[in-house]
Design a protein around this ligand. Structure first.
Ligand SMILES: Nc1ncnc2c1ncn2[C@@H]1O[C@H](COP(=O)(O)OP(=O)(O)OP(=O)(O)O)[C@@H](O)[C@H]1O
Ligand SMILES: [Mg+2]
Length: 312
């Protein structure tokens, strides 16, 4: 697949007071393109990729405009695979700082929704706005990362042979030189930031551990920490507690609650006990559209939801 190449010229300006970073190109380049093992989607249309990037530079550099309270709008978004509609006129609005849980049966379109928001897949139709002004369907994947949207895949994609600290260092947003930064000395503020993130993700004591020796849950936290290093405004977590122990799941619930507010957090999960613990607004997807939305109790009691999902 022809992944769009980020045009760093277009992103040279800072995003609303933050230094422009390159997100995690190094990590993404090194990681398998399809962490969840699914087939590759149709190649992303590069009309708005590297070639067109300068035209959108101002959108990225101006930061996200959440003056109306919302940070993400999906309007009538349709994504088809060989005629099958994985997303079917999906409309969804997320408020800035909220914690949104998205549930739905296998194949409902949850991961595809994240693929569409992060530019991995181009919708056939519909619009996806980040704040009032940034049309994500016109940005390349790396530009979307740089604009402040971080995404964790279903399987962790940390650098297994490197220490926890070195993984974090690589993820630091000012890591413009990629691997070269390993030779550069971090200043105390950067070290402080890494320590503070490690504290948040329960890995302070594991700072020198080789990432490959961490438990599955700890790797998931490390990946979340690597996302946080980029100071994302919007964080998308796809099945963060799958495969975790009960204790890890409990800590991940606390982490999600802690991240909301400062960040907008979208959690896709099948673990209903976990969802119930963190739920504010729950959106139920089914066949690529929103079936129901509301409190956990409201959606749990919705007969349509029981029919297609919870009652199965
Ligand atoms: N790249 C692809 N090629 C073909 N079909 C795809 C592709 N990606 C997703 N689909 C199909 O689109 C539908 C939605 O898939 P998606 O992965 O978004 O569901 P999901 O809600 O994340 O499911 P799960 O809970 O199992 O992760 C499924 O029927 C899936 O088979
Ligand atoms: Mg999925």
């Amino acid at each position: 697949m022809n992944a769009p190449v980020m045009n760093t010229e277009a992103l040279a300006e800072p995003i609303a007071g933050r230094p422009a970073g390159t997100g995690r190109p190094a990590l993404h380049d090194a990681a398998p393109r399809r962490a969840d093992g699914r087939r590759d989607a149709a190649p992303v249309d590069d009309r708005h990729g590297a070639g067109a990037a300068p035209a959108y530079g101002h959108l990225v550099s101006s930061g996200v405009d959440t003056s109306h309270g919302a940070i993400l709008y999906l309007e009538d978004v349709t994504v088809s695979f060989d005629g099958f509609r994985a997303l079917n006129a999906l409309s969804l609005t997320l408020d800035d700082g909220e914690l949104r849980c998205i549930i739905g049966p296998n194949g409902a379109g949850k991961t595809t929704m994240m693929d569409a928001v992060t530019g991995r897949i181009r919708p056939d139709s519909g619009r996806i706005f980040y704040g009032q002004t940034i049309d994500l369907t016109r940005l390349a994947e790396a530009q979307i990362v740089a604009a402040g949207i971080g995404r964790k895949f279903q399987r962790p994609t940390v650098f297994e042979t490197m220490s926890v600290f070195d993984n974090m260092e690589l993820a630091l947003e000012n890591d413009k030189r990629g691997w070269a930064s390993l030779r550069a000395k971090l200043d105390s503020a950067q070290i402080g930031r890494i320590e503070s993130i490690l504290e948040t993700i329960n890995l302070r004591a594991e700072v020198d551990r080789i990432a490959g020796t961490l438990s599955h849950g700890q790797k998931q936290w490390l990946e979340i920490g690597m996302l946080l290093a980029q100071r994302p405004r919007l964080i998308l977590l796809d099945e963060p507690v799958a495969g975790m122990t009960d204790a890890e799941t409990e800590k991940t619930a606390e982490l999600c609650l802690q991240l909301a507010g400062e960040h907008t957090v979208v959690v896709v999960e099948h673990d209903m006990e976990f969802v119930a613990k963190i739920a504010r607004t729950v959106t139920v997807l089914h066949e690529g559209s929103v079936l129901a939305e509301g409190s956990m109790d409201a959606v749990r009691g919705d007969p349509r939801v029981i029919e297609v999902y919870l009652g199965r």
